[in-house]
Design a protein around this ligand. Structure first.
Ligand SMILES: [Fe+2]
Length: 250
């Protein structure tokens, strides 16, 4: 099935799906273990017209590298979202940026605490950099809108869940490394782990107002369903930072 096809119609919140990882380079399967079914590795996307010249900096190997311009990136995503296939167009903007994840890290800065560096919050599009503390876990939750995740530092492991009767069950997993882009349809439910002993950072893009949309989360032990919104997520991050501070004091 072509990327994105039939996944984004409203009202199909419980439809089964295949989470997808998009990699600009051929995937190194020995590093990226697929733990269970439901993951499709995609070939490189066809590139659009070359963007106009941007600022460059020098990589360690001496080659000139495009600098990551945060404001320009947001503008490009907004413009792409207005295209006929807005999701694919935004995904391509993200994939092109994340291809040089070191430049993105340089542009956004090293994550230093759990949190969301919000770059855009609008009724139709939300963009933020999510920072996970070392070995941080995020409980199962949904978004109620399509999502794109591009990892620019560290690693993010996802477990995918689906609704079953009055609870949820896990059915798949993937590991996102630096340079990977994942696409989650509107009916996705996932929990997230940073398995590394260092911070992870990813650009997250959502096809709606992430902070003002009533969403759902599930207790990690009982899998009881609860309501979630921006405040809930912010509180989760605050608790994580507190936990980390306490850990450093002991
Ligand atoms: Fe999420």
């Amino acid at each position: 099935m072509p990327i994105g096809e039939s996944y984004y119609e409203p009202g199909q919140q419980h439809k089964a799906f295949d989470p997808m990882i998009l990699r600009p380079e051929p995937p190194i399967l020995s590093r990226r273990k697929v733990l269970a079914g439901g993951v499709a590795l995609m070939a490189p996307l066809p590139s659009r017209a070359a963007p106009p010249p941007e600022k460059t900096n020098t990589a360690r190997n001496g080659k000139q590298r495009m600098a990551f311009d945060r404001e320009r990136f947001v503008e490009d995503c907004i413009a792409a979202h207005h295209e006929a296939d807005g999701v694919s167009a935004v995904r391509e903007v993200l994939t092109r940026a994340i291809r040089d994840h070191r430049a993105v890290l340089s542009g956004l800065g090293e994550p230093k605490q759990a949190g969301l560096d919000v770059r855009l919050a609008s009724p139709t599009l939300t963009i933020f950099a999510a920072h996970w503390t070392p070995q941080m876990n995020l409980l199962p939750h949904d978004h109620m809108m399509w999502a794109l995740i591009g990892i620019y530092t560290g690693r993010e492991d996802n477990i995918f869940w689906r609704r079953r009767e009055d609870t949820i069950e896990a059915f798949g997993a993937n590991c996102l490394f630096e340079g990977d882009v994942a696409e989650l349809p509107a009916n996705a439910i996932h929990s997230v782990t940073n398995p590394l002993l260092r911070f992870a950072g990813g650009i997250h893009i959502y096809g709606g107002d992430f902070f003002e949309t009533a969403r759902h989360q599930w207790d990690p032990e009982t899998l009881n369903e609860e309501l979630s919104d921006g405040e809930t997520i912010r509180a989760l991050f605050a608790r994580e930072n507190e936990r980390r501070k306490l850990g450093e004091q002991n």
